[in-house]
Design a protein around this ligand. Structure first.
Ligand SMILES: NC(=O)c1ccc[n+]([C@@H]2O[C@H](COP(=O)([O-])OP(=O)(O)OC[C@H]3O[C@@H](n4cnc5c(N)ncnc54)[C@H](O)[C@@H]3O)[C@@H](O)[C@H]2O)c1
Length: 314
């Protein structure tokens, strides 16, 4: 018997959210999805989930959550592009701060038993320290996206303390895998390179390509969310491998797997993005029992094969 009977996933038509929905349905949990489809796709949503096409900023959100009364909320709906946040900080803050606060406050009022928030481990730690970062490192976000994620974490701590909402924040490293949308930021660099190489389009590496990230396969990310739901814990957890891989290395690995034989082409670097990132997930290992199961090479193989099959179908 699952510990909880129902769950609401915001952003459940997106990359990570849709995999969480699938995992919950496999556990025989009744799933509701809220997504405005601003970047997600209806086709990602498991047909056994109840889908509401609406925004977390909709004035009727509180009433909807009271009606659903989910046991657990996974809040993933967000504006996820660091570059968009630099171009339009108020737009980013509306969704990533106000949307999260609206969801958390409505969830507290509806008596939600666990609120799991997906924060960023790649955009909030300082750019002048040596990774991997533990949760004890004093955060210093440099982009509006990172500032909004950190602000949302603080509002969640408030909702926990004052309104009794049990919250778990997962600070994710860079997730990758099937269903990741094509985007120009590093968040989606693996899917971007895989899709371009499979279509025979030249990839452009932003800047020197020496920027490092900590890449975690989406299956491992979903596992962390399931543990956050099941374990009797609250607080902030890093979810990462602790390993730095730079963009040039990703380019070479995907080049080999796709057989594209492309030469490295470099373009302008991106404002607002940190140079190095990797997360120390010792706390998640100790308290959640989480560890990375899928190596980068294995995850890259699975991801390229998924995009290859999808490209062949088109
Ligand atoms: N992908 C990563 O590497 C990564 C790393 C760290 C944190 N995260 C966080 O994980 C979450 C999911 O990211 P993802 O990579 O799956 O992105 P995604 O863009 O695929 O998913 C986000 C979903 O939220 C929906 N959405 C956006 N604004 C909304 C709104 N106002 N109301 C309702 N729905 C809205 C989108 O339509 C989309 O389906 C985000 O909160 C993101 O910040 C992702």
């Amino acid at each position: 018997m699952p510990k909880y009977k129902s769950a609401l996933v915001t952003g459940g038509a997106g990359f990570i959210g849709s995999h969480i929905v699938d995992a919950l349905i496999k556990r025989r949990i009744k799933v509701y999805v809220i997504d405005d489809l601003s970047s997600g796709h209806k086709s990602n949503v498991n047909p056994n989930a109840v889908f509401y096409k609406t925004s977390v900023l909709h004035p009727g959100l509180g009433k909807l959550i009271l009606k659903i009364k989910p046991d657990v909320v996974f809040h993933l709906a967000a504006q996820i592009d660091v570059r968009c946040s630099v171009a339009d900080p108020p737009g980013d803050a509306r969704v990533n701060i106000m949307g999260t606060l609206a969801m958390a406050h409505a969830s507290a009022k509806a008596g939600v038993k666990k609120f799991v928030f997906t924060s960023s481990g790649g955009a909030i730690y300082p750019d002048d320290l040596r990774p991997p970062f533990s949760e004890k490192v004093v955060v210093d976000p440099i982009s509006p996206y990172g500032i909004a994620k950190r602000t949302a974490e603080m509002y969640l701590a408030f909702e926990h303390r004052i309104h009794g909402l049990p919250t778990v924040t997962l600070r994710l490293a860079n997730a990758y895998g099937p269903r990741q949308a094509l985007r120009g930021s590093y968040a989606g660099v693996i899917s971007l390179f895989a899709q371009k190489m499979l279509k025979g389009e030249q990839c452009v590496i932003n800047g020197t390509g020496k920027q490092t990230r900590d890449y975690v396969y989406v299956g491992d990310i979903v596992h962390a969310h399931m543990l956050a739901m099941e374990k009797n814990v609250s607080g902030i957890y890093n979810i990462g491998s602790g390993i730095e891989t730079n963009v040039n290395q990703i380019f070479q690995k995907v080049n080999r797997l796709t057989g594209a034989k492309q030469k490295e082409v470099h373009g302008a670097s991106c404002q607002g993005e940190v140079m190095r990132s990797a997360l120390d997930a010792t706390k998640a290992k100790r308290e959640l029992g989480w560890k990375q199961e899928v190596s980068l090479d294995d995850g890259l193989k699975r991801t390229v094969e998924w995009f290859r099959a999808r490209t062949a179908k088109k």
